[in-house]
Design a protein around this ligand. Structure first.
Ligand SMILES: NC(=O)c1ccc[n+]([C@@H]2O[C@H](COP(=O)([O-])OP(=O)(O)OC[C@H]3O[C@@H](n4cnc5c(N)ncnc54)[C@H](O)[C@@H]3O)[C@@H](O)[C@H]2O)c1
Ligand SMILES: O=C(O)C[C@H](O)C(=O)O
Length: 316
């Protein structure tokens, strides 16, 4: 299996490193626009192989998409991260152009690839990749839900003093302040979380999860990468090993949850064909209202992208 990761910055290099260390692919090609940057990162990961003990070959290139030819899965992380004081949506104009160009280059050499978007604003960059690639929703989707639920699970594990491995959760909606964590669908070793934690403490954890990306931006000065890179690699693994894992993924909803034509996080089954199935949960009225708010926000930003594309055809 061959996997390409575009963007050799913090998230892309971490994703490539996890893919190699866990031998998820035979070959990982790292691409960046910055001269020699990807080459250096890929070489460093390859030189770690004898120490840790893996044989995934990592190769880095500067914008040479011919070297990515025949990739089975492509992860797009290229683009600007936000800085303190910015929202993810502030990145739309710069990152839309990058995602468009990169998607075109990727498809020219790997027309059958499954594409996973990571660049922000995530839901709308996934829409951009779809507009450019015209791929069906099963083959172009975004990573956010695994990261957001991982944050939620980590906070819960800390509060309950249990292993994060035993916390199962699902989360829906856009990757931003309107995301919809679902405590009703959160369990700890099979036990509903509401039986183990008080309402107020749980509400505080949900709130911290919603602001989880911003918390790290304020601490680091740029956005997170260890958990995001590992989350994207976990999606790649589910696809290349046909694991049929159940993950929240950003996907175009076409009637599911009564929503049409909007990119939102929803639980799906991920396997060799990409999205194998979208799972429809029976949401209660409160959850439906939160999802509707999230839909409204993401749709506004999608509309902003459409408007921008008309005004600046380079982003069309
Ligand atoms: N979906 C998520 O949950 C999630 C999580 C973390 C970060 N992100 C987003 O991922 C993106 C990358 O974050 P990062 O921390 O790795 O940033 P970074 O600045 O460390 O790396 C980005 C890399 O993209 C490269 N790049 C820019 N334009 C390119 C192009 N046209 N072709 C190839 N490479 C190009 C840059 O040279 C840079 O090396 C940001 O948009 C960030 O907001 C999303
Ligand atoms: O917060 C960001 O800007 C990056 C990413 O979306 C995250 O949630 O870590």
């Amino acid at each position: 299996m061959k996997v390409t990761v575009v963007g050799a910055g913090n998230v892309g290099a971490t994703c490539a490193d996890v893919l190699a260390t866990r031998e998820i692919a035979n070959e990982v090609v790292l691409v960046d626009i910055k001269e020699n940057f990807a080459k250096g990162k890929a070489l460093d990961i390859w030189q770690k192989a004898p120490i840790i003990g893996y044989d995934t070959r990592t190769v880095g290139v500067t914008n040479d998409y011919a070297r990515t030819a025949g990739s089975d899965v492509v992860v797009i992380t290229s683009g600007m991260p936000r800085k303190p004081g910015m929202t993810r949506d502030d990145l739309i104009s710069i990152n839309a152009g990058i995602v468009k160009t990169v998607t075109e280059n990727v498809l020219e050499h790997s027309p059958n690839a499954i594409i996973i978007i990571v660049s922000n604003p995530l839901d709308v960059m996934t829409y951009q990749a779809h507009l450019t690639s015209k791929l069906p929703r099963e083959k172009v989707f975004g990573m956010a839900g695994i990261l957001d639920t991982a944050r939620y699970r980590a906070f819960l594990a800390e509060a309950l003093n249990v292993s994060p491995k035993d916390i199962q959760a699902v989360l829906m909606g856009g990757h931003g302040n309107t995301m919809v964590p679902l405590p009703r669908y959160t369990t700890v070793g099979g036990i509903p979380v509401t039986e183990l934690i008080g309402k107020e403490e749980l509400a505080a954890i949900v709130d911290r999860t919603i602001n989880g990306g911003g918390e790290l931006v304020n601490l680091i000065g740029t956005s997170a990468w260890y958990a995001p890179g590992a989350a994207a690699a976990q999606m790649v693994e589910a696809i290349v090993r046909d694991q049929r894992r159940v993950f929240p993924v950003c996907v175009e909803l076409k009637g599911e949850y009564g929503i049409d034509g909007v990119y939102l996080g929803a639980p799906v089954i991920l396997g060799k064909n990409g999205i194998e199935r979208i799972i429809e949960l029976q949401l209660n009225d409160e959850e439906k209202a939160l999802l509707e708010t999230s839909r409204g926000h993401v749709k506004e930003v999608m509309d902003a992208l459409d408007k921008m594309s008309k005004e600046q055809p380079a982003n069309a």
